[in-house]
Structure formats: structure tokens, C-alpha cells
Design a binder for this molecule. Structure first.
Ligand code: ADP
Ligand code: NA
Length: 288
């Protein structure tokens, strides 16, 4: 089946600095690197590396075609990534010598996705396909409703930002994946703990402690694999992309989660985001 991912595409612009700049300070970077990132792009790459057939639905500006190209190289269907008259989404990341960071995110083109594009993409979908979205684009609730009406299973990864969005999206979902902070934010916004949410499967990821799955038979804990972390960026996105690809392939949830946790554990041992997400072979060969 196909995984339709309405998601952000960001350029991660990483600057090495001697210290994090303060107000009014101009600082020269000692190095710079550019990578593909954004929750949406990361999940598309992760699901594709996990063996899923993934179509990314999103937008970039004229400056972002290199990111579309890279997604294509990673095996993602990019036909439904539009080019819009806006700067591409990006993150400006300063990292000091102790590894402390400072991040500025600009949504840009990610917030200018047209429903027309979403409609053209989902017109190609088949009942039983999976639709996934996060909180870094516009059109999430509308697109999720369209997907649901077409008979797709709907997943959301992250906490919707505002109360209205929460109310609009929650009833449409089959699967919700949150980290611990997002689970707390969602509980504050709705008064509902993860086990009380109106969603069949909820997974709360707990960093180095693993994750907890709330399904039809109650809650079940999965301890994380033991690794020495060097960069936890993208761990959650890798986890979600793998879980979704596993579900798409018909794996029972505990197996999809186990495989996702292996992939996420490898991810925290690597620097970078989309460009370094492990593939199934890495995941199956890893010794923990
Ligand atoms: P996010 O990146 O969204 O904040 P988490 O930090 O909860 O998400 O991590 C997602 C998953 O990645 C966890 O459920 C776990 O399986 C794995 N993971 C994260 N950090 C570690 C770690 N230090 N060691 C092993 N696995 C980890
Ligand atoms: Na992360």
C-alpha cells in the first residue's frame, strides 16, 4: 500500500560557533553544513528506508529543489511536492563547542501547501493506504478529513498546536505518536491522558526510556535499546516513519514498534537528520 505523508521539508543549516551568540552580537561561524530535515521529510525518508512505498505531499520554494531531488534519491515519490512563491522551510542551527544549540525555524513554503495539491495527491490513493501528517504544515485537519473520507487509515505524529486544531484532528485519527512533552501538552489542552484519547492506538515515546503503547488491550511498555547517544535529532521521526512502514506492511504493532526502536537507537548514534536515517539492513544487522 502507499503511505501518503503531508509534511514539512526543511533545510537544516548548521553553523559551528565558538559560543552561542547573545543579543546584538555578530559572530563568525567556523564551519557550516546543510542537510535535509523537517519532521515531514524525515518521516518520509524513514518510512522509505524501512521498505515502505511513500509519496510526500508538501511544498518548497524555488530554493528548495535540491531537497526534492534528495527525497527522490532516497526513494520517495516527489510528484506531489509543489513549488510555491515562498522561501523553503528551514532551520538555522548554531552549535557551540560544548554541543549546546540554538535553533530558529521558519515554516515558509511548508505553510503554503494548497488543498488543490492535496486533493490531486489523494485522488491517487486507495482505500487501506495510510495517511500521515505532523504539525509543521498547513492543511492538516482538512487533509486528514479528506483521507478519512477516502477510506485511508490516518496517523498524526506530534501534538497539534492549538485547541481548535486538536478538536478538529483527534476524532479523525487511527494512530497518534507523541513524545513525552507533547503528551503533556495535549493533556493540558484536552484534559485527556493518553489512555483516554479517542484514538485506537497512541504511542508515547520516552527518549532513552523507550516508549509506551496504548492499544485495545491497554498499555504496554517497550524499553529502549542501550546505546551511547551523540545526537538525538530525528530519533522521534525515524521511530514514527518505521512504525508506519511496519503497520503498512501488516506487522503487528509490537513488532512494528520493536523495529522502530532499533532504527531510532541507531539514529541517536549518528550526527544529522534525514541523510543518515538507517535502512532495514542496518536495523536488522545492528547488535545491541
Ligand atoms: P523525539 O525525538 O520526538 O523527542 P524521543 O526522544 O522520545 O522522541 O525518541 C524517540 C524514540 O527514539 C524513543 O522511543 C526510543 O526508542 C529512541 N531513543 C531516543 N533516545 C534514545 C536513547 N538515548 N537511547 C536509545 N533509544 C533512544
Ligand atoms: Na529528536
Amino acid at each position: 500500500m502507499t503511505i501518503w505523508n503531508l509534511g514539512s521539508i526543511n533545510a537544516d543549516l548548521v553553523y559551528d560557533v565558538p559560543h552561542l551568540p547573545g543579543p546584538g552580537e555578530t559572530l563568525a561561524a567556523s564551519g557550516m553544513s546543510r542537510g535535509l530535515g523537517g519532521k515531514g521529510a524525515n518521516m518520509s525518508v524513514a518510512a522509505a528506508r524501512a521498505g515502505g512505498r511513500v509519496a510526500h505531499v508538501g511544498a518548497v520554494g524555488a530554493d528548495g529543489q535540491w531537497m526534492v531531488q534528495r527525497l527522490l534519491e532516497y526513494g520517495v515519490d516527489t510528484r506531489f511536492i509543489g513549488e510555491v512563491d515562498a522561501v523553503s522551510g528551514h532551520a538555522i542551527i548554531a552549535v557551540d563547542t560544548s554541543g549546546e544549540n540554538l535553533i530558529i525555524i521558519h515554516g515558509g513554503a511548508n505553510r503554503a501547501i494548497s488543498m488543490d495539491l492535496v486533493g490531486r495527491a489523494l485522488a491517487q490513493a486507495e482505500a487501506g493506504d495510510l495517511f500521515v501528517t505532523q504539525n509543521e504544515t498547513n492543511a492538516q485537519a482538512e487533509a486528514a478529513r479528506m483521507a478519512r473520507d477516502l477510506g485511508l487509515r490516518v496517523a498524526y505524529a506530534a501534538a497539534p498546536f492549538d485547541r481548535d486544531e486538536v478538536q478538529a484532528v483527534l476524532p479523525l485519527l487511527d494512530l497518534l505518536v507523541l513524545n513525552e512533552v507533547e503528551a503533556q501538552q495535549l493533556e493540558a489542552a484536552t484534559g485527556l491522558a493518553p489512555d483516554a484519547l479517542p484514538v485506537a492506538d497512541v504511542i508515547v515515546t520516552l527518549g532513552a526510556r523507550g516508549c509506551r503503547w496504548y492499544g485495545a488491550e491497554g498499555a504496554r511498555d517497550f524499553p529502549a535499546f542501550k546505546v551511547t547517544p551523540v545526537d538525538t535529532t530525528g530519533a522521534g521521526d525515524t521511530f514514527t516513519g518505521y512504525v508506519i512502514a511496519g503497520i503498512d506492511r501488516g506487522l503487528p504493532m509490537p513488532q512494528a514498534i520493536a523495529q522502530a526502536m532499533r532504527a531510532a537507537a541507531i539514529m541517536v548514534t549518528r550526527h544529522g537528520t534525514a541523510d543518515v536515517i538507517p535502512d532495514l539492513k542496518d536495523v536488522q544487522e545492528a547488535q545491541f
